[in-house]
Design a protein around this ligand. Sequence first.
Ligand code: F6P
Length: 545
Amino acid sequence: MPKPTELPAWHALQQHAESTAQQHLRTLFATDPDRFQRFSRRYENLLVDFSKQRITSETFELLLELARQAELPAAIEQLFAGQRINHTENRPALHMALRNRSARPILVDDQDVMPEVRGVLEQMRRFADKVRSGAWTGYTGKPIRTVVNIGIGGSDLGPKLVCQALRPYGDPMLEILFLSSIDGAHARHILGRCDPETTLFIVASKTFTTQETMTNAVTAREWLLAALGHEAAVAKHFVAVSTNLRAVQAFGIDPGNMFVFWDWVGGRYSLWSAIGLSIMIYLGYERFYELLDGAHALDEHFRHTPLADNLPVILALLGVWNGNFLAAHSHVILVYDDYLLNLANYLQQLDMESNGKSVDRDGGLVNYSTGPIVWGGLGNNGQHAFYQLLHQGTHQFAADFLAPVHTTDPVGDHHSILLANCLAQSQALMTGRTADEARAELSAQGLKGEALEALLPYKVFAGNRCSSTLLYESLTPRTLGILLALYEHKIFVQGVIWHINSFDQWGVELGKQLTKSILPQLQGRATQVAPDSSTRSLIDYCQQR
Ligand code: F6P
């Protein structure tokens, strides 16, 4: 595969970006009454409006041509066919198998993985049912009231996002907590909220070697044993989710209380697997299946829909356009939906761990930008905090606005005010405010002369800031499944265009290794010292105090 910058469509896009650099979105809207129809798509109850992106029909065609020249359709087939596209770890990336709700077999090394996938789902269902019904009791015979998921990264962010997002569907008798950070404050805070007799810990770790998770799990076990006084209590209060049976056994968890998944499931793509056990316990298996159904439907859409109408492809190409041709290296996720509080964090890992790469699939350094910096949060709160930079700062960025048309919490006018804010912000970013408009507004307020002219520059908004708006009817399990799979596949498409491996994460290793060498130094039991004066002095400073 040629490098993207060697593709004719890449050059055409560069020239096109130069020749359209002066175009303003205002003009594009003013001159094309059909712009919204042209640049929006619907999928089930999701509307994706990308008309506020800085594109024309020519841009769109060139981007589609780039996807064809990058052989995207073949790459999609390789993904779904279970080829070992994660070449540095010699694995397929088959999270779609976890939500394959059809009868279609999915092969890895000529073996259909679906019987095993269904088997674990069934094991999860039985266990979740027992916990929810009270049939599974703690060591002293009381039903479980609190479930603590101990995990970090992909073994935390997905379940945490989904449990929060679908809270209206959750069992009100159950509290689901997430213990991730190694900071003792987190363990103390979470354990402080738990009753040992009624708490179930799910130790969720693909590798079962992650320092933070294992340390937190040991702390939780000690806390439990200190309260319940007997080793036998562990079997009633600890279950494990992992690919590593041996490490689970070594930790002391009964293999009968283990839920497996497979190395072809990437950590950040794992919420659909047994890593979603906390989700299933909280929501019940029916809702969990609906979540899978939504993701599966989007998988089918991605696999079978022509590029020009294919939502993950469209979002991915817009990201490439923004990042590689308009110098917008930051992608902000703005949710007008409190239930999606954790979406930006979740997408941050999904995107930045997948596409934060600078070596291509052939082992060469890239000479173009890859994955953007992903950040964001609750849009309405952000308006009163960081939006100033979005409207008048010097950085280029692209924004995704997400909002439900209907609310599950009707309170007075709140929802229409929320929606009005969402739509107003993307409009403001797009149109901006010209000097003439600002002058007219200031003079209507009674300002004139020098005072008006002095204030004028501060009142101007350049506009032309690009965004997409994703509106969904309401946040159901199915819709959430659709949304998450949409972003997953978008990230995959971008990895194909950038000719990188979106499924490894070697960049997380060095810090882990250095932690292992710094820890004994901090604890005063090391013979080696850090080679650089900064780290050495910081260690000394901590030790002295
Ligand atoms: O350190 C990064 C990482 O490996 C992520 O990729 C992963 O989601 C997370 O740590 C947790 O890993 P595990 O599930 O193996 O504990």
